[in-house]
Design a protein around this ligand. Structure first.
Ligand code: FES
Length: 203
């Protein structure tokens, strides 16, 4: 078991609160039509909401650790995988629905078994491809009965039981129809990532 494997998902309660908050904000904007909503939003906040790329410092993510950043209102996980976590991606192909990621769920530079531009850095949108719940990280060797005894580490969606490996590849016979989405991204340096913008994968 790798106890340092991260839990990069946003807690369900946070996600729920966020949805409630944004719904409430939308209602206020409709009622208060005399005061344009955009007037209270700074240019940088507007750009962010419209999908501007987001820069993330990844230098502080320890091996096996992770962080979550927001891009286009979605949680994006950044995981620094260990050699053990990378090794655990192998040998499960027969159990995966789309092991080679033939379906278009990632940029071309992430269409490989690790689903990443650099194997040790995994970047994915932390939203289940079934109905949009937030999966939870479950470490290698976990005793969690929801994932079965032969668990190599990955993500579990508690809403309807979909499971994903450590590269976000969905297992067969689960409600989620496809692998977790990998957003466009590029390395600005070894320690800074730009999420939301394609480009050379290596700095
Ligand atoms: S939303 Fe994840 S399994 Fe249904």
């Amino acid at each position: 078991m790798n106890p340092s494997f991260p839990n990069p998902s946003l807690p369900d309660t946070e996600r729920r609160n966020w949805l409630i908050a944004t719904s409430a904000a939308g209602g206020v904007a409709v009622i208060a039509t005399a005061v344009p909503f955009v007037a209270s939003v700074t240019p940088s906040e507007r750009a962010r909401a419209q999908g501007a790329a987001v820069e993330a410092d990844i230098g502080d993510i320890a091996p096996g650790g992770s962080k979550t950043v927001e891009w286009r209102g979605k949680p994006v996980w950044i995981v620094r995988r260990t050699p053990e976590m990378l090794a655990a991606l192998q040998g499960q192909e027969a159990a995966l629905a789309d092991p080679t990621s033939a379906r278009d769920q990632q940029p071309a530079y992430a269409r490989n078994p690790a689903r990443s531009a650099r194997p040790e850095i995994f970047v994915a949108v932390g939203i289940c491809t079934h109905l949009g719940c937030s999966p939870t990280a479950v470490p290698l060797g976990s005793a969690n009965p929801s994932v079965g005894a032969d668990w190599h580490g990955g993500f579990f969606c508690p809403c309807h039981g979909s499971t994903f490996d450590g590269a976000g590849r969905v297992f067969k016979n689960k409600p989620a129809p496809s692998n977790l989405e990998v957003p466009p991204y590029r390395f600005l340096t070894d320690t800074r990532l730009l999420i939301g913008e394609d480009g050379p994968a290596q700095a």
